[in-house]
Design a protein around this ligand. Structure first.
Ligand code: B4P
Length: 199
């Protein structure tokens, strides 16, 4: 089902929780483009662009790309016509500074809903080690995977409280099959977007 409402959405959660996997399903359901900062960076690394050269070492070490650079990229992307009627952000914002930058970009309008995909550390590490076997991503070695979890706990987890205070958080259990998780997200988001305070 493709909805025709405007939806400004974000999916957040620890590395390996299934954000990228679920993002395409959410985007299709609500008819909005997905904006994944991780995908943008990886495409630039693959393409050998100036941006790719600037971020490659940072990403391979499991660190975050500097806020100023990441904010600039998202601002450019949000200005594209296909994002005018809504979007799904995947992996951005990841720091408190990025939240403030995004608030400025969307003119103080709040996001409509934030999906928090929850999964415990050992489960997500196991998923990413499996992905490493299949895809060989440079930031999917065990040491870097564990470091990315620490970076999430320090810099990104505090955002959950902030979105909860704004009343837009939809927390979803990320364990189970991809389809089961997708159904939980769809029912949580539908309820959130239909709520009088949710628009
Ligand atoms: P991301 O691309 O966002 O990478 P990620 O957090 O590892 O999540 P990803 O979406 O790839 O994995 P998913 O959980 O879907 O970021 C990569 C790097 O880019 C960051 O470390 C940082 O350096 C940089 N970066 C990105 N955004 C930034 C920002 N805003 N600021 C600064 N730096 C930024 O899936 C993981 C695996 O689980 C997959 O293999 C999938 O098949 C599997 N899976 C999914 N659902 C499952 C299920 N239900 N059961 C079993 N397996 C499942």
């Amino acid at each position: 089902m493709t909805e025709t409402i405007t939806a400004r959405l974000l999916i957040i959660g620890p590395p390996g929780a299934g954000k990228g996997t679920q993002a395409s399903r959410i985007a299709e359901r609500y008819g909005v483009p997905t904006i994944s900062t991780g995908d943008i960076f990886r495409a630039n690394i693959r393409g050998g662009t100036e941006l790719g050269r600037r971020v490659q070492a940072v990403i391979e070490a499991g660190e975050l790309v500097p806020d100023s650079l990441t904010n600039e990229i998202v601002e450019d992307r949000l200005a594209q016509p296909d994002a005018a009627n809504g979007f799904l952000l995947d992996g951005y914002p990841r720091t408190v500074d990025q939240v403030h930058a995004l608030d400025g970009m969307i003119g103080g309008a709040s996001l409509d809903a934030v999906v928090l995909l929850e999964a415990d550390t050992e489960e997500v590490v196991a998923r990413l080690l499996k992905r490493a076997e299949l895809e060989g991503r440079a930031d999917d070695t065990e040491a870097v995977i564990r470091h990315r979890q620490e970076v999430y706990a320090e810099q990104t987890a505090p955002l959950v409280e902030l979105f909860s205070e704004r009343g837009i958080l939809v927390a979803v259990d990320g364990l189970g099959s991809v389809e089961e998780v997708a159904e939980r997200i769809a029912s949580g988001l539908d309820a959130r977007l239909a709520a009088p305070t949710g628009r």
